[in-house]
Design a protein around this ligand. Structure first.
Ligand SMILES: O=c1ccn([C@@H]2O[C@H](COP(=O)(O)O)[C@@H](O)[C@H]2O)c(=O)[nH]1
Length: 282
């Protein structure tokens, strides 16, 4: 089950715990910096090098779908092969694809990403709740059926997020707190950790949102290139760090293509996050 594996991946006893690189974001500028062309071949080489370099070092990776989609059908083919490479290396794949729509269309997204018969099948996806958390039900159902996970945007790392997410709804809760509460409800009774997660950026600061009942994993992007630091995790998640999955993309990937430099950057970020999360848990 994803819940068990995610727990293992986040647990201090796991050799890959606190894994810092999660984001596989083949930005055009990174392809160039790695001496590769910004085309489908360059993309495929970049991803293969990342998988070979850190496949045994990380427990979960988070490919960003947009950087594959911009290369059209060959980019999607590379996404498929990248997913396979990581899975073959025993790494869980959380696809950052932020899908959301009316329920009948969400069913198709669920089939695309969370059904094992799909070529784009992954362990978990990110999803957008702004058509209503309930509209994501087909993803939740498919994830539950096949042991997958869904990470729903709650407090995103970008500066534009609070305008929407801190807005207060008719019942007096913020939009973000309503999302947090609905996901918490879905995880209720799932031990030790439910399969439904949240995205809470490392950059959001102390917002007053209550994360204590989530009962599922929390993905924390925004570290490094967006200015978030491991210390911010302590502040943002305060007493709720046990299921936090810190995520760096550009900050680590900029050290490639040299394998040793890439691995050292992963290890450094991993150690920094582990110290903070272990300290905050205690
Ligand atoms: O709130 C969010 C949700 C997702 N992301 C994604 O994470 C990575 C961050 O990349 P960096 O290079 O580490 O900045 C990227 O794929 C975003 O789309 C996020 O940043 N914030």
């Amino acid at each position: 089950m994803l819940d068990g594996e995610l727990r293992g991946a986040a647990a201090p006893g796991d050799g890959r715990a606190g894994t810092a690189l999660r984001g596989v974001d083949p930005h055009p500028s990174l392809l160039t910096a790695w001496g590769l062309r910004d085309d489908p071949e360059g993309l495929a080489t970049f991803c293969a090098r990342v998988a070979e370099a850190v496949g045994d070092q990380v427990a979960i990776v988070k490919p960003q779908s947009a950087f594959f989609e911009r290369h059209g059908s060959r980019g999607i083919a590379t996404l498929e092969s990248t997913i396979r490479q990581f899975k073959d290396a025993g790494v869980l794949v959380l696809l950052d694809v932020k899908r959301g729509d009316i329920g009948s269309t969400v069913r198709a997204y669920a089939d695309a990403y969370l059904d094992p018969s799909s070529p784009l099948y992954v362990d978990a996806v990110t999803a957008s709740p702004y058509l209503g958390v309930g509209s994501l039900a087909p993803m939740f159902d498919t994830a539950a059926k096949h042991g997958g996970g869904v990470f729903v945007l709650a407090l995103t790392s970008n500066p534009e997020g609070p305008y929407v997410q801190h807005a207060v709804a008719a019942d007096g809760r913020t939009v973000a707190q309503a999302v947090i509460d609905e996901i918490s409800q879905l995880n209720r009774g799932m031990e030790p950790l439910g399969s439904f997660g949240l995205v809470v950026g490392a950059t959001v600061g102390v917002t007053g949102h209550d994360l204590s009942g989530v009962g599922g994993p929390m993905l924390a992007p925004g570290l490094g290139a967006q200015g978030g630091t491991p210390d911010d995790l302590r502040r943002v998640f305060s007493g709720n760090v046990s299921a936090v999955l810190p995520s760096y993309s550009r900050e680590v990937l900029k050290h490639g293509p040299d394998t040793a430099a890439l691995r050292a950057a992963v290890a450094r970020a991993q150690a920094d996050c582990r110290v903070v999360l272990a300290g905050a848990a205690g």
